[in-house]
Design a protein around this ligand. Sequence first.
Ligand code: SF4
Length: 275
Amino acid sequence: MGRGTGPSMGLMNDLGSKACEAWLSEHGEGLPWGQVVAHPCPNGWELRHVADAGRDAAGLQALPPGALREWADTADDGLFRPLKSAPTLRRGWRCLVSSHDDLELALGGVYPGGLGDWWAVRTGQGGPTSFREFMGRQTGVYRGVRGLADEAARAVVRACCHAGSCIKDRRWAVEGMVDGEPGGHGSIPCLEPCALVLEAARTMARMASAERTSVALSGEDLAVLRAALERASALRPPPGTREAELSAPDNPRRMKLLLEWLGPEWARPAASPQE
Ligand code: SF4
């Protein structure tokens, strides 16, 4: 496969071939695709983890394109990755792609649907679905998300779509979102809320309607609780807690939701106390 020329394309449809050519012309020289980077090599292109770009090939495990899906299933700590666009792709591999079929297989293994979404946006054949439209379609156990208030919906996005949680470029929005809210990073477009955001929205809807209790705490105590939540919400889930299990109190994403629910000013230390 050479740059700008199609390989033996017997099995490829025209759309796939054009998408691969366009992808290679844009990303084939080292522009990151999430946590993946591609460079030309004598027999095609070599894909690697972006953090391994400068490493000696001999120190990396050679994976065939079809093996990347399984590779991407688990993080370094052995936990299943329910969100394939989480910035937790394992390092230590390289993958030679020598045809467009290989390229589609490899990219689809690491970021399922990413190439198709990127191509759809690029060619005007697809665009984002708004949060409200997406949630309005939900039924069954997710029915409760239909009535989620905009403020709570924005809190879900802040908790889930920030760069520390996902490498995708969120193209959809919640009414009232402002520039600079999470999302809007990277090459891979996110065209509608993912399953994790749907689950987070369901959890937030439950939080909003749950019975309240009150505990008497000093401002200092609240600041301690906030600091503990901020620290724990930045960690990986502890052993035995699944990343997508948002009902688990020790799930970092659940803690992040609580922090967003409580708002930015909750338990901030008082500024400049008077002497
Ligand atoms: S909805 Fe948010 S967390 Fe989910 S894939 Fe899109 S940007 Fe990432």
